[in-house]
Ligand binder design. Structure first.
Ligand code: ATP
Ligand code: MG
Length: 389
């Protein structure tokens, strides 16, 4: 039996005149994500997107899995393709709907006849199919007001489609429709969640990671790549810049007061990230900071890190508790990777008594013996680029 995936859009429906742009972006993203699974046609018609396998070896289950991660899809369903005859619709429905109807008691049928040449009207189709299903599954009752399951039949241009339950999509907006931003990604729990949260609102992602070999190992870098590939299942491919940070950390450790280490480090990261963002076409930075979570994330501390950048810094987790963040981390299958115990460049140099109420001028004073411009230039020159899919 031939199956397809049908996508109906939720929030996209609100976008008025932009609607068509958003839908085109979604179709393009879907093609990118599904084309490698085999021959498939993805097209939109009358506010529905049709994913139709064109060969038997198309990996349908993996396609469903991937569709469930594509932003801009509120709900989707798998459907059985029938010839546009009453007979074919009735026969195929019984077989196709068996698993969905076996374990429930009440149902109803909703029919929609887009092709007015079809011999039965919508209410007639509903009645016919309802009667056939009752006969095939005698344990069922029809309940038009509060059914446990609704069976949908649609008579369209080229075929009729029968489907049962809808599956929940990833929601959000198609990636790319909101522009591009750069996520500062560490190996921790928070930054992958921040990346996912902003991709959900339609941002395409670039990523920046600061590595400090030999204080941080190759495995720590691999962990970051793994985390990004988890995010990329939702966001699509991500360009990654790995910035060598060892020299900067050494210079800070040698020349600055210990209680300012983390803050100065964060200010250096933001300065470099801003430059890399400009180079890669990102309009904003994204971090995984959450208010008050650690000393460098108090409001006075955030003021000192914000002061060194001129582009917006998006902090989607700012008002979230750790539990809420972990819930998302688990949902996107990042958590188990995030808690692997590889060292991060920030943990290597954590001061014993970090400043929690720093002032901007004290920070500037604390870093005044560094040759900031030169350090930044060197780090940017030695940055390595790769691609996460
Ligand atoms: P995370 O769980 O994301 O590591 P965290 O709670 O450990 O966050 P910090 O270590 O203070 O907090 O880092 C705050 C934010 O700074 C991170 O969410 C991330 O966006 C960025 N960041 C920290 N370390 C790095 C790094 N090595 N490379 C790139 N960005 C980093
Ligand atoms: Mg961290």
């Amino acid at each position: 039996m031939k199956e397809i995936i049908l996508i109906k859009n939720g929030e996209l429906a609100l976008k008025g005149l932009n609607r068509s742009n958003f839908e085109d972006a979604l179709v393009k993203n879907m093609k990118r994500r599904l084309n490698s699974l085999g021959s498939v046609s993805i097209r939109k018609a009358q506010s529905t997107i049709y994913v139709e396998p064109q060969s038997d070896d198309f990996d349908f289950d993996e396609a469903l899995e991937r569709v469930s991660c594509i932003f801009g899809i509120a709900a989707f369903s798998r459907a059985c393709v029938c010839e546009k005859t009453v007979e074919d619709i009735l026969t195929k429905s019984v077989e196709y709907l068996k698993p969905s109807l076996e374990n429930i008691k009440t149902f109803k049928v909703e029919a929609k006849r887009a092709d007015k040449n079809f011999p039965l009207t919508s209410p007639e189709i509903s009645r016919e199919l309802g009667a056939t299903l009752l006969k095939a599954f005698p344990h069922l009752r029809v309940d038009v007001h509060n059914p446990e399951r609704t069976v949908f039949v649609e008579i369209r241009d080229y075929a009729a489609y029968v489907r049962a339950e809808q599956l929940q999509g990833a929601g959000g907006l198609p990636v790319g429709t909101a522009g591009t931003a750069s996520i500062l990604i560490s190996g921790g729990i928070d930054s992958p969640v921040a990346a996912w949260t902003m991709a959900k609102r339609g941002l395409r992602l670039n990523a920046i990671h600061f590595a400090s070999p030999p204080y941080t190992s190759k495995r720590a870098e691999l962990k970051v790549r793994t985390l990004l590939s988890k995010v990329a299942r939702y966001s699509g491919s991500i360009n990654l810049a790995i910035v060598p940070f060892t020299e900067i950390q050494d210079m800070i450790a040698e020349n600055c007061p210990e209680e300012y280490f983390t803050l100065i480090m964060r200010r250096m990261m933001m300065r470099i990230a801003e430059r890399l963002a400009e180079k890669s076409g990102s309009l904003a930075l994204i971090t995984g900071e959450s208010l008050g979570q650690v000393a460098s994330q108090t409001l006075p501390a955030l003021v000192t890190t914000d002061a060194v950048t001129n582009i917006p810094v998006l902090r989607p987790l700012i008002g979230m508790d750790k539990e809420e963040i972990i819930r998302i981390s688990r949902k996107i299958d990042a958590f188990e990777t995030s808690i692997l115990p590889y060292e991060d460049c920030c943990t290597v140099f954590t001061p014993k008594h970090p400043k929690t109420r720093p002032t901007l001028s004290a920070c500037e004073e604390a870093e005044s013996s560094l040759n900031i411009d030169e350090l930044i230039e060197k780090a940017i020159n030695d940055t390595e680029y790769s691609f996460i899919d």
